[in-house]
Design a protein around this ligand. Structure first.
Ligand SMILES: Cc1ncc(COP(=O)(O)O)c(C=O)c1O
Length: 378
């Protein structure tokens, strides 16, 4: 089946009693056993649930994995993968990853004995140099948040494998419609399903997708042991959202390219960060590795924070809000919002300045989005 067909059909059929066209929500916390040795595949919803299972089968098929566990947030998915490691293990991550992931690694898992190095992953050599005999994991996020740097997944995964480390990619920013890390040699893929996979800004969720049996067994054990699974209702919402992933991503991308070109030509804008623009330093890599450029972009406004505040106050369609990947366009200020969990030095080191704004382009008509920026800049 082609990708769009898998979005609509895989996993969905769970109702043999009435043959409903969409997956029922099974809110039951527990399931009856036929006898002391037999149940119908589910016994307790923390361990497994038919609605959640439908979503997991669907997402595994979209990424090309063998299994998936759907979690209550993206952070829960990331936390589950970190529990694959032991105290003393060393993990290499990009210096400009999502602020919440940085916080989880730096402030929570460091205390539990894991060691982290944050390197500029744009150059794979920096990963090679950071590898030690204790390195067991490499954390990839591409495009990065919020400056849309691209990481060469295949090159980094080769380095990880040569050093006996597993590679994990956060594929939230592009979704499997535009990028499939397994095709580039990655071992595990995570998502915040809160973003494009659900796509309607009405649920928080996450998932871990695996392609090897030992990883899927361990993740399945951990998600049950730690109690990280998402609720049946949330699973149902994401499953409904994911059916339109392909057409939504096309609409998102169309708008993003038009908005990026408009901003680049605007005299009030100092710099635009969007891999779809030919002058993006990794435009060629993005073209090779991704099926499209996505719909996240950032830009630096001339004039510092007062100018940023003026602009935000005047925008009407773009909503000042964190998160991304929903049908509505959002704009946010990484310094005090999405990346506030990083300290200022780490933000500046990552290239986030007090002029930086991040945009999640929705699926509204691009003319309206450009007109909104035009009137706000005036
Ligand atoms: C790239 C990325 N990964 C993970 C997360 C965490 O996801 P959640 O907010 O669903 O826990 C986010 C949230 O913004 C994100 O942008």
């Amino acid at each position: 089946m082609q990708f769009e067909t898998r979005c609509v059909h895989v996993g969905v059929d769970k109702d043999s009693a009435y043959l409903s066209a969409t997956t029922p929500i099974y809110p039951s916390s527990t399931f009856r056993w036929d006898d002391l040795n037999t149940n119908r595949g589910f016994d307790y919803t923390r361990s497994g649930n038919p609605t959640r299972r439908a979503l997991e089968e669907n997402l595994a098929a979209l990424e090309g994995g063998i299994d998936c566990r759907a979690t209550c947030t993206g952070m829960a998915a990331i936390a589950a993968t970190m529990h694959l490691f032991q105290p003393g293990d060393h993990i290499i991550a990009g210096h400009d990853i999502y602020g919440g992931t940085y916080r989880l690694f730096d402030a929570v898992f460091r205390k539990m004995g894991l060691e982290f190095s944050f390197v500029r992953m744009g150059d794979p050599e920096n990963v090679r140099r950071a590898m030690t005999s204790a390195t067991r994991g490499v954390w990839i996020e591409t495009p990065s948040n919020p400056l849309l740097n691209i990481v060469d997944i295949a090159a980094i995964c080769r380095i990880a494998r040569a050093g006996n480390a597993i590679s994990i990619t956060d594929n939230t920013f592009l979704s499997p419609y535009l990028q499939r890390p397994f095709d580039h040699g990655c071992d595990i893929v995570v998502h915040s399903t809160t973003k494009y996979l659900n796509g309607h800004s009405d649920v928080v969720g996450g998932c871990v997708i695996t392609k090897q049996k030992d990883h899927s067994d361990k993740i399945s054990y951990l998600v049950n042991a730690l109690g990280l699974g998402c609720s049946p209702f949330d699973a149902w919402l994401v499953l409904r959202g994911v059916k339109t992933l392909g057409p939504r991503m096309e609409a998102h991308q169309r708008g993003a390219m038009i908005v990026a070109k408009f901003l680049q030509a605007n005299p009030h804008v100092q710099r635009v960060y969007f891999p779809g623009l030919p002058d993006h330093p990794q435009h060629e890599l993005a073209k090779r590795q991704q099926k499209g450029f996505g719909a996240m972009l950032s830009f630096d406004v001339r004039g510092g924070r007062p100018r940023v505040e003026q602009l935000l106050a005047k925008l009407k369609i773009f909503q000042l809000a964190e998160s991304l990947g929903g049908v509505e366009s959002l704009i946010e200020y990484p310094d005090t919002m999405s990346h506030a969990s990083m300290n200022e030095a780490a933000r500046r080191e990552a290239g986030i300045s007090e002029n930086t704004l991040r945009v999640s382009v929705g699926i509204e008509h691009p003319d309206d989005l450009v007109a909104d920026f035009e009137q706000a800049f005036e």
